[in-house]
Design a protein around this ligand. Structure first.
Ligand code: 5GP
Length: 214
């Protein structure tokens, strides 16, 4: 996609996508990132073991408990939480750098992390929750994924109900019945949110120019 020079400065936004596992959030995230030059993924740190398909530094920063704890105590995490018995957290520095440069950041984090980033940076955060179309479809998607053990799948199914109870702490809801439509809805939200007055930090000078310096 061609990049257009901005005529005035805009602050980046934090686009948070949460859902129970199996709702299709990862597919939606990948598509958004592939189609949008100005959107980058926040790469979380986690103590969870790497899955075969994952790459360190691309999908996650895989760290041990000591490394994770050091990042927390050094104040390097914007938020962190325990999910399914493992620790997950968002490194702060890349996010702050991106926002200041007018780049948008996509977060695949749970409801606990969403609450923390929202309480710290309410003006920057756009909260989107992805729901599966039915409980049967959720179960089917969790089973076909099958990268985790049966035990983990069963655990995630039980946790999905709990995760979904937090839908009302989000700004937008996407029901992922058909992935193309869900992606289009996410893009529409992103497009609209980029035009919010509060993000257009260079607008005042631009309008002054339009008004002939008045
Ligand atoms: P998974 O292990 O399947 O990649 O992710 C499990 C859950 O952890 C997902 O709901 C995902 O959104 C959440 N998660 C991933 N990274 C972070 C993070 O940095 N912070 C928080 N709070 N949750 C995360």
């Amino acid at each position: 996609m061609a990049k257009r020079a901005a005529r005035f400065k805009r602050r980046g936004l934090m686009f948070v996508l949460s859902s129970p596992s199996g709702a299709g959030k990862t597919t939606i995230s990948r598509q958004l990132l592939a189609d949008d030059d100005n959107l980058q993924l926040s790469i979380s740190a986690t103590t969870r073991p790497k899955r075969p398909s994952e790459r360190d530094g691309v999908d996650y920063h895989f760290v041990d408990h000591g490394g994770f704890e050091r990042m927390v105590s050094n104040g390097e995490m914007l938020e962190h939480a325990v999910v399914f018995g493992n620790r997950y957290g968002t490194p702060r520095a890349p996010v702050e750098k991106a926002l200041a440069a007018g780049r948008d950041v996509l977060f695949d984090i749970d409801w606990q992390g969403t609450q923390q980033v929202y309480s710290k940076m309410p003006d920057d955060v756009v909260r989107v929750f992805v729901l599966p179309p039915s409980v049967e479809e959720l179960a089917r998607r969790l089973h076909t994924r099958a990268q985790d053990s049966d035990e983990v799948v069963a655990q995630r199914m039980a946790k999905a109900a709990d995760e979904m109870s937090h839908y009302d702490a989000y700004d937008y809801i996407i029901v992922n019945e058909q992935v193309e439509r869900a992606v289009a809805q996410a893009k529409a939200i992103l497009t609209a949110e980029r035009q919010r007055l509060k993000r257009l930090v260079g607008l005042d000078g631009f309008v002054k120019g339009l008004r002939g310096g008045a």
